[in-house]
Each structure stands twice: as structure tokens, then as C-alpha cells.
Ligand binder design. Structure first.
Ligand SMILES: C[S@@+](CC[C@H](N)C(=O)[O-])C[C@H]1O[C@@H](n2cnc3c(N)ncnc32)[C@H](O)[C@@H]1O
Length: 322
């Protein structure tokens, strides 16, 4: 991939820096549908640009935003005018303008205000309180919408609107349980749910029962799937890997998170991809390779690409080379 496209809406856990690695594992039939039940920013699917896709999320504001681009309500030209005008107000009034837009958004839910807030709040974090009110604080950058930044966002909207034009993309606000069942044999489901035990806000709450339901649905799907999750950091391991995902193939890779002040964000984390196929196996070979997939979980994190199909002694040999 030449350059990873960054979408107009940011979110915590955005996979921009892992996009190339994730997309390198993707394989599915040309007539298949890309299904992303936890789209967030949509960075993975938007970079893949499949002909047919379902982008879904429980957060209605994300879906409303992309539907507004699809319907032509949000265009690059209109976005330029809007961001220049709101940017000038932010430059004059700073925090009080941010607060006014946030209050307006929490009353009316406009996708325009969602864009403004997302790009001027603290670290592009999308966070809601229990009543569904957006509550991320101001990013304290009154000159945020300088010309170069406005142009960057306008170009991001332009990319997505062009990508949608010649494709069959559906944007759906739904719980993952209602999306995964729509997958059929030739499809690929890419799941990036909130990481268990790490997120607590309204749209991102994720409990063990959710992970269990997800694993049960994916275990019986006829489609291919890939799920992003975390393997370990220097403090702890993701115990749900053993509990829910040990029947599948796993790859790991080190990743640095830079957002926030939490322990897991200040240190390298070992990211994991769990999938029901062997990376590098084409969709047509998939059915025959499916039966041979009973792979044990790695005991110890290993840097970069390791499948779990190796024996313990071989595993240590690989590890010592890294
Ligand atoms: C880690 S983010 C996805 C990030 C995305 N892959 C990216 O790179 O930008 C997880 C997303 O799952 C959504 N979500 C949380 N619980 C959900 C559920 N039960 N059903 C569908 N989406 C859910 C959140 O709103 C959030 O957008």
C-alpha cells in the first residue's frame, strides 16, 4: 500500500498504523462483501475500497456522518465553507465556542457538528456519557482550523465520497449481533471491538458477555473473519484470548499507543489478529484448509508475525531469532 488514507472522523483505537498489516492478511472472493461491524473511523475498509461493504457501528453519529456524505448533504465544498466559518468562530472565542457547539450537538445531533467536535476536541476522542451526551473536553487549540488543516479534512471527505460513488456500501447503525448474521460464504468480516476491560463509555462499553457472543457468532459463520484484539503488554495478558479465541489462528505485532495517560497507552502493546483461516490462503482454498485449523495459543508474546501452529520448541526458536 503506498500511503494509508486517514478518514475524516477519528476515534480511539483507530488502526491507521496497523492498517497495512491488517490488510496484508485480507483475502476474500471478488463477489464477496466486506463486513465491518465495529467500523469506528472505518480506516481499514476505506483503505481496502471493496466493491461491496457493510460498515456498521453502534454509535449512530458515525453512521449519520457517512450517510450524510453518501446522500450528498456533506460534500467537500460545503465542508470547506463550514470548517472555515466554524474555525473562525473558534479562533475568536476558543473554549466557549467549542462548548456552544457541543451543547448544540447534544440537542440536535448534526453530523456537521460531530465533524467539528471530533476535529477540535481533546485527541479526537469520541466519548459519551450515560445519557448519550458527547462529553470529550476541548482540545485547547483555537487555531485548529488553519487553512492547511481544513484542506486536509476536505480532502479526506473527498476521498471517502469518491470511494463510495462506484461501490455498493451500506452504513448501518446496529449492534454487532445483528450484522454478523448477515454474512455469507464469500464475505469477510473484520471485527475491531472495544478491547475487553479497557473502555467504559456509553458506545464503547464492552463486557465479557459481548466477547462471548462475538466469539459464538464468529465460530459458526460461513464467512472468513479477522478480529483485532490485544495480546499483552508488559503488565498483563489478555486472558480472553485463551477463553474465547484458542480455536483459531493468531498473529501478533508490537504497537505503540500514544493516546491518553493510561498505563496501556504509554507502553508498547502486543496487538493480535485472530482469524479463521491461514494467512496467505486464498478464499477458494479456504474451505479445504478449514478442517486443519485447531491451533493452540502462544504462551508468550513474540515480536512480529507468528502463527500459533508451531510446536513449543519451534516457537522458542522463532522467538529467540526476533
Ligand atoms: C476500537 S473501535 C473501532 C476502531 C476502528 N477499527 C478504527 O480503526 O477506527 C470500536 C468501535 O466499536 C463500536 N461498538 C462498541 N460496542 C458495539 C456493539 N455492541 N456493536 C457494534 N459496535 C460497537 C464503538 O462505537 C467503536 O466505534
Amino acid at each position: 500500500m503506498s500511503k494509508v488514507f486517514v478518514p475524516p472522523i477519528k476515534c480511539q483505537g483507530i488502526k491507521t498504523k496497523l492498517a497495512e498489516w491488517i490488510l496484508a492478511q485480507v483475502t476474500f472472493a471478488d463477489d464477496g462483501c466486506w463486513i465491518e461491524p465495529f467500523m469506528g473511523s472505518g480506516v481499514i475498509g476505506f483503505n481496502l475500497r471493496p466493491k461491496s461493504a457493510i460498515f456498521a457501528d453502534k454509535n449512530p453519529h458515525l453512521i449519520r456522518f457517512y450517510r450524510a456524505i453518501q446522500s450528498g448533504e456533506i460534500t467537500p465544498a460545503r465542508a470547506k465553507v463550514f470548517l472555515e466559518s466554524e474555525g473562525a468562530k473558534l479562533s475568536n472565542a476558543g473554549q466557549s465556542h467549542f462548548n456552544a457547539v457541543r451543547a448544540r450537538f447534544n440537542k440536535e445531533g448534526s453530523p456537521w457538528d460531530f465533524l467539528f467536535l471530533n476535529r477540535s476536541c481533546f485527541n479526537g476522542i469520541i466519548r459519551f456519557n450515560s445519557k448519550g451526551g458527547f462529553n470529550t473536553p476541548y482540545g485547547h487549540k483555537p487555531e485548529r482550523f488553519a487553512q492547511a488543516y481544513v484542506t486536509k479534512i476536505v480532502n479526506q471527505i473527498d476521498y471517502v465520497s469518491k470511494a463510495m460513488r462506484n461501490s455498493h456500501w451500506e452504513f448501518v447503525c446496529a449492534d454487532f449481533r445483528d450484522i454478523i448474521n448477515r454474512a455469507t460464504k464469500n464475505d469477510l468480516i473484520y471485527c475491531d471491538p472495544p478491547y475487553l476491560g479497557r473502555h467504559v463509555d456509553y458506545f464503547d462499553s464492552w463486557r465479557e458477555v459481548d466477547e462471548r457472543d462475538l466469539a459464538a457468532l464468529l465460530a459458526k459463520t460461513k464467512a472468513l473473519f479477522i478480529i483485532s484484539t490485544w495480546h499483552s503488554n508488559q503488565y498483563r495478558k489478555n486472558t480472553s484470548l485463551k477463553k474465547f479465541w484458542s480455536d483459531f489462528t493468531m498473529l501478533t505485532r508490537e504497537h505503540f499507543y500514544h493516546v491518553g495517560g493510561k498505563e496501556e497507552n504509554r507502553n508498547p502493546m502486543l496487538e493480535a489478529l485472530v482469524m479463521n483461516f491461514e494467512p496467505g490462503v486464498s478464499a477458494t482454498d479456504f474451505e479445504s484448509s478449514r478442517e486443519v485449523k485447531q491451533l493452540a495459543l502462544m504462551e508468550k508474546p513474540v515480536r512480529y508475525r507468528v502463527t500459533t501452529s508451531v510446536s513449543t520448541s519451534r516457537r522458542h526458536a522463532i522467538k529467540s531469532k526476533c
